[in-house]
Design a protein around this ligand. Structure first.
Ligand code: NI
Length: 183
């Protein structure tokens, strides 16, 4: 087990903004990186995805837990690692839930594709070409953005789309628009 520290915005924004480099060989270094990223994501049950730059490694590797519906709903599957993920088709842009482990407690609605065809290498270095749909597409798109230094706040079109989550009297998580949150 090697849990890494997740880089936070805005303190370490420059590391989050740096573009990541392609993985050339899936060697022991890359396998250790993937293992550390999986352990780090597993240590954050509130998160469903992590990109290498979030642990200050600028290699094109992401890990995701597919099968979530956003807002903590759904039953996410085991953690999947993607190396050098490259979008080859992107469609069905829609507004959906967005959040990031580098922005604890902050959420927003963003417009992202709900159909994403991606190619790359799996964690054993084998090429893949697969389609992600619905919230899985949103998640993979968010993580690939990180490899370019693009953050979810860049995709928010109105300040009114930012919110925090708060538990109400019934124990349900409800949205509190950021404009109503007392500083
Ligand atoms: Ni993120």
């Amino acid at each position: 087990m090697a849990i890494r520290k997740i880089i936070l915005f805005p303190k370490e924004e420059s590391a989050l903004r740096k573009k990541s480099q392609p993985v050339r060989v899936v060697n022991r270094y890359v396998k250790t990186l993937i293992s550390n990223m999986k352990d780090t994501l597993a240590d954050h049950p509130e998160g469903i995805g992590l990109a290498a730059p979030q642990i200050n490694v600028h290699s094109r590797v992401i890990v995701v837990r597919l099968g979530s519906k956003g807002d903590g709903e759904g039953e996410p599957s085991p953690i999947l690692a993607l190396i050098n993920p490259e979008i080859i088709e992107s469609k069905e842009p829609k507004k959906d839930f967005d959040g990031c482990l580098s922005f604890p407690g902050l959420f927003a609605d963003t417009i992202r594709p709900h159909y994403l065809r991606v190619k790359g290498l799996d964690e054993w270095g084998k090429p893949f070409d697969r389609v992600f749909e619905d919230f899985d597409a949103v998640l993979v798109h968010h993580e690939i953005d990180h490899l370019e230094g693009v953050l979810f706040i860049d995709r928010v079109t109105s300040v009114n789309d930012f919110y925090h989550l708060k538990e109400n009297e019934d124990g349900k998580m409800v949205r509190v628009p950021m404009s109503l949150v007392k500083k």
